[in-house]
Design a protein around this ligand. Structure first.
Ligand SMILES: [Zn+2]
Length: 144
């Protein structure tokens, strides 16, 4: 009987793991597609920049180009934000120097060698059991 209960709870833990992993993969896939959208925007803007530079190459740089550069920088910043989110969803750390993903078990970035401190884990508060014979009762002070 106990054996079947253990098998049952092990299977339900595994199905929770599978469900969590599937949710994680779906979230990462969604973030990756948002990155693709931003990369398409950059490609389109770069093409437009190229055409403008070609057509107005005699008075470079101008206000129109500045606007395109700003839009492209914003898309790059959005990609960096989405990549950070993917690292967070995976439960890893991000290198403060190069921004690459660093496994929680590594103390240094595998790409640039920067020290990456591991964030302190959430404290686990366990129930404290006090054995009854360890409790010392002090007699009340006699009142005068
Ligand atoms: Zn790095």
């Amino acid at each position: 009987m106990d054996f079947f209960n253990k098998v049952g709870s092990s299977i339900s833990n595994k199905s929770k793991d599978v469900a969590r992993k599937a949710k994680e993969l779906a979230e990462i896939s969604n973030l990756n597609s948002q990155i693709n959208v931003q990369e398409d925007i950059i490609d389109k803007i770069c093409l437009e920049i190229g055409k403008i530079v070609y057509e107005k190459r005699e008075n470079f740089p101008d206000a129109e180009l500045k606007e395109k550069y700003t839009a492209a920088s914003n898309a790059h910043a959005e990609i960096a934000r989405l990549k950070s989110k993917i690292i967070f969803v995976r439960g890893a750390k991000q290198c403060p120097n190069c921004g690459n993903e660093v496994p929680l078990t590594s103390s240094f970035c595998p790409d640039c060698g920067t020290a990456v401190p591991t964030p302190a884990p959430e404290p686990v508060i366990e129930d404290i059991v006090i054995p009854p014979d360890s409790i010392i009762y002090y007699p009340e002070e006699p009142t005068k």
